[in-house]
Design a protein around this ligand. Sequence first.
Ligand SMILES: [Zn+2]
Length: 400
Amino acid sequence: MARCIAGLVMIAAGSVVGAGASASPMPDASSHAPLAVTAVTLSVPAAPIPVNAAGRITLVYELHVANGGATPLRVERLEVHADSATNSTPIAAYSAREIERNVKLLAPRGAPTPKALTPGVRAIVYVWLTFDSSATIPNAISHRVIFANGDSARGGTVRVRPATNLVLASPVDTGDWWIGLGPSNESEHRRAVIRVGEDTVPHLAQRFAIDWVKMDSRGEYARDHRGRRNADWFGYAEPVLAVADARVAAVVDSIPDNTPGENSRAVAMTVGTVLGNYVILDLGAQNGAMHRYALYGHLKPGSVGVRIGDTVSRGQVLGAIGNSGNSDGPHLHFHVTEAPDAATAPLRGEGVPFTIDTFVVTAHDPDRVAKRAMLTGLGPHRNALPVEGDVIRILPSKRP
Ligand SMILES: [Zn+2]
């Protein structure tokens, strides 16, 4: 329904999967003593930050497997280990079939879309680990990849960062909202890795992005049940609100709205137009890390009432929900990144998790219920990240 910005900027089509560390680890497969291959590089470009999502403490990150050798490789098994002890029992392990559902292959610039982990290709494996409590999260994680030819590689060791302290107010006003296209391990947002400029390593600004679509009490998103006009959508022209006290870092406000539908973009889609009209708030830096930026996309043209450099207060109206940019229907695209300068290159950053201070889960998307159980439980929640397929109610009392 809410195609949003991910569709256009994805480098290659990929599919998806969720993998839970809480599942019983598979037995160690090292008995055949595979050879280590030095031409393979494992890395985790964006260190995971624990967040409370769907009732579990969750680590969301990507393992990059770069084939620098001369022969094609096929990943047969991936093990995640606590700290750097790759000879120990893994805390999670994934089979070839699971990995195939959770990988995107990235070719060198100018090369055709790869179909396998051939020389020069980078495999991006999407990992979504869940833990019962923060006490069981390791200080660091490392990886062991076993290939179909029996070779193996170890690496991708990265420290787990402190749990997110980014507790935000809702970016939308009161009412019921469908949480779309993420966060989950298989959403369009999750797959939207992009290379900006001359960057070799792609960025994933939309790692925790949410499309907010307003619903009525019957679970409809539009008054005429088809949503052929923007004004028929319940969310259209609804205010978007500052999630925290912040400084306005960027504003775009002049891109016309689309007519709802998949093939009715009002302007050509480029890197400069996919977000539509947007506001970026600079939330400041934490603990010496880069500044964090909140991005509100697809806004209604002419609705933005703040200017670059303005200081805004939590709950302040910034603009209104629209249908501009790469969007099929009125909704708010919202995400938070850590970036050197999100104002000049909004998608050149790494998506970081956040929580919403208070919300009530009132329903679940029937499609998601059928596919998986990874949803937030019905009822009130505090300081949690809603996940794809939740329908959440924002209550009126939180506006300051
Ligand atoms: Zn989106």
